[in-house]
Design a protein around this ligand. Structure first.
Ligand SMILES: NC(=O)c1ccc[n+]([C@@H]2O[C@H](COP(=O)([O-])OP(=O)(O)OC[C@H]3O[C@@H](n4cnc5c(N)ncnc54)[C@H](O)[C@@H]3O)[C@@H](O)[C@H]2O)c1
Length: 320
């Protein structure tokens, strides 16, 4: 299978590349960033700008992928700082990918949406079809991307499918996002023995451990179209409170001091997100089931964070 991965240099793409190679896919990467040092040799890296249709057309024409995994995006916090660039990357970029797929006969586009498509006033458990009324540039462009892809499927027969990721957790140093308090408890818990979360102890949002997120991408991409009843699926894993995450860390790092002091700005963003996702459609249609609960994730994550801190000697924050 030939797969073109846009945004391959990001948090998710970096972890997905070795999995694709491992199952025998031929992989090309398209990213505005230069080829990273850690990129496997087998990956064909094309540096380009997703907002420029000719650059997208060139890579799709030359590589002729069976599927495009479209990950390139400007995410939530940055999207509010550079909203017009976020519009260009998330909207024009997605249209360019869909247009290239139409012109050059790509069978499937896989889209990575987000829980940021939801807005205020949500029910306690949020299903696929609640009204989507996001208040961020990131959220609104992802809603439009979901709808545009469905239109390309309906109009041109391109197979368009994707997931709404919860906050993703992997072994990295957090870079300033609203859900970073979770990973910081592990990272600073190990690094300094203490961390003060910027949210209330009872704050609760959906999270997913990266290995589950990557498996969701591969499983939905491989599912027979006839089994799918929709284009975009909620996928859920865990929805721990901040206090429950702290307890998981405390039980693994004796003596760690984890406290809470809410920052009103970030608390307000967090409070507008869903607490719990309903992913019944994903479970029914393509057999989605998460593997990592809070305990299993903590067991797997801590040694990896420890190794990361060791390798970077306590390290400066890097974008997560
Ligand atoms: N990480 C999460 O917690 C999370 C949660 C929900 C949804 N998602 C979605 O998953 C996808 C991947 O997220 P991520 O965390 O890897 O994001 P990321 O910010 O780490 O990576 C995005 C990548 O897109 C590239 N990019 C940006 N502008 C570009 C342009 N003009 N042309 C080409 N490439 C460009 C960047 O260089 C970067 O490598 C995104 O679509 C995102 O919306 C992620």
């Amino acid at each position: 299978m030939k797969i073109l991965l846009t945004g391959a240099g990001g948090q998710v793409g970096t972890d997905l590349l070795p999995l694709l190679l491992g199952r025998g896919d031929e992989v090309a990467a398209f990213d505005i960033a230069p080829r990273p040092a850690h990129c496997p040799d087998a990956v064909q890296w094309v540096q380009g700008d997703i907002t420029q249709a000719p650059e997208v057309n060139d890579v799709v024409r030359a590589f002729q992928p069976d599927r495009i995994f479209h990950f390139a995006a400007i995410l939530s916090a940055k999207g509010e700082q550079i909203p017009h660039r976020a519009w260009a990357v998330n909207m024009d970029g997605t249209r360019n990918v869909l247009e290239a797929a139409r012109q050059f006969g790509v069978a499937q586009i896989f889209y990575t949406s987000t829980i940021a498509v939801f807005g205020d006033g949500l029910p306690d458990v949020v299903g696929d079809d609640v009204p989507l009324q996001p208040t961020t540039m990131y959220g609104l462009t992802k809603v439009a991307g979901e709808l545009l892809g469905a239109w390309y499927q309906q109009t041109y027969g391109i197979d368009f499918r994707g997931v709404r990721f919860p906050g993703l957790i992997n072994a990295g140093i957090p870079g300033g996002g609203t859900s970073d308090y979770a990973l910081f408890m592990y990272v600073d818990g190990l690094r300094t023995g203490a961390y003060e979360s910027f949210v209330e102890a009872d704050s609760k949002i959906p999270f997913m451990y990266m290995p589950d997120a990557l498996r969701a991408v591969l499983e939905l991409s491989d599912a027979p179209r006839s089994a799918l009843t929709r284009n975009i699926y909620n996928i859920a894993a865990i929805s721990p409170t901040a206090e429950e995450i702290a307890d998981a860390v405390r039980s693994r790092i004796p003596g760690v001091n984890l406290t809470f002091k809410s920052d009103p700005v970030r608390q307000a963003i967090l409070d507008s997100w869903p607490e719990v996702l309903d992913d019944a459609n994903a479970r029914a249609d393509w057999g989605w089931a998460h593997e990592f609960d809070l305990e299993k994730m903590s067991d797997d994550l801590l040694p990896k964070v420890k190794a990361l801190i060791g390798s970077s000697e306590g390290g400066e924050p890097v974008p997560a």
